[in-house]
Ligand binder design. Sequence first.
Ligand SMILES: [Zn+2]
Length: 271
Amino acid sequence: MQITNLFHHPPIQGFQFGSALYGKPRMYVYVYFVDGLLIDTGHSNARKMILSHLTKLPVEQIFITHHHEDHNGNLVDLQKHFQVPTYASALCTKIMENPPNISFSQWMLWGKTAPNKNIQPIDNQVTTNKYTFQLIPIPGHARDMVALYEPNEGWLFSADLYIYDYIKFCMDNESMAQQIASLKRVLALDFQYLFCAHNPKMKNPKVHLQRKLDFLENFQQTVLKWYQKGFPPEQIMSQMGLTKMYWMRFISGGKLSTLNMVKSVIRDERV
Ligand SMILES: [Zn+2]
């Protein structure tokens, strides 16, 4: 089943796209459009539906927040259609030339990322006719990820920094210490609306970001407490009463798991 819901916060248009092999989708991706700027392009498993909406827009430029497959899955088609420049952080541009392999579960859920050499690096700001978006590095979930911040309007397009107040698993290359630093960085900004790529928050966005920060800091401190006592990651999980989510680990080939969260904290500590 494929679903599109429209989300309108004038002058921003949001498109909520979901797809699932059967039944209602459980995960959605948001693509945003404002003043000629398209922010991300959705996942390739829902390409037909996504292109039918996005190709109608007066797109003048495209920005990719990070290299994950649910953000750039339709970029090649949209570039062909619009013939407009695409921008991303310098690191994202580099990664997109030869994107890393994804797990079976990511492929099933979202589809894959096509290599792309037609993205221009930009690290300071993106301007449209009416707005100037500052680019805020928010590494952690992905090392190349950036947010777009429009201080005059109080908008923050936060890519995958928020998603939810807490997480139950993460990818094998995420950095919890960097996510914590990124959350603190955006919490110091002045904004009223959070355009998250999976779960926008139009009310009290900072309360939600603070909850995520508190959750991650608490998780990090607890893991470190056991790590410093000499416990290995699997035992730290049992001490913390965390369930192993074997099915998730299995279908993702270990790319997604709760154990990755524990390992991420320990890896950051070792650097
Ligand atoms: Zn992501």
